[in-house]
Design a protein around this ligand. Structure first.
Ligand SMILES: [Mg+2]
Length: 179
């Protein structure tokens, strides 16, 4: 269905929570070791000679819960195509389209998050919700001013990941704009 809004999904934070201590895994999450090429290269560049697989916490309920939402799911993460390769099977998700960022972590002249302009361009006017742990008020304001369709920015606490109230908010918003 093409009339569904897009759901732009960040991974690190909303789906893979992280905290200062490596031992405080939130309830319901499972620990996975992922052989990410991007991670391995980054570790090598940082001088780690034999990088270990990346430890990722994922919630097995999140894939089914996301698929039940009235959205078209899109990866909006630095994992790019590796989200399909490594994370989708662990979450119970099919391969999804992903935003292939032309650059990542660059500075922005207006202090926006580096994803903000890319996401608005990628959505090309379609309604979208963006779920991320790094959205700030200027991003929401910029999107409201530059995206011609409805948009929801949902900031998720990176210590806990997506919670039931986040899923409820996403459902409510999609129903509101398609009513
Ligand atoms: Mg994140």
């Amino acid at each position: 269905m093409t009339d569904r809004p897009l759901l732009m999904l960040d991974v690190d934070g909303p789906l893979a929570p992280y905290v200062g201590s490596p031992y405080r895994r939130p309830a319901g999450y499972l620990t996975h070791r992922v052989e990410s090429r991007t991670w391995r290269e980054r570790q090598r560049r940082a001088g780690v000679r034999n990088p270990k697989p990346l430890r990722v916490w994922l919630h097995p309920g999140h894939g089914p819960a996301l698929l039940a939402l009235p959205y078209e799911l899109v990866w909006a993460t630095t994992w790019r195509e590796e989200a399909n390769e490594h994370l989708a099977p662990l979450l119970g998700l099919p391969r999804l389209p992903y935003v292939d960022w032309p650059s990542m972590h660059h500075g922005d002249p207006d202090g926006l998050h580096w994803k903000t302009r890319h996401l608005v361009a990628w959505a090309a006017g379609r309604p979208f919700a963006w779920v991320d742990d790094e959205i700030e008020p200027p991003d929401t304001a910029w999107i409201a001013a530059h995206h011609p369709g409805p948009a929801l920015t949902l900031t998720v606490d990176h210590r806990y990941g997506l919670r039931p109230e986040d899923f409820a908010q996403l459902t409510d918003w999609a129903e509101e704009i398609t009513r």
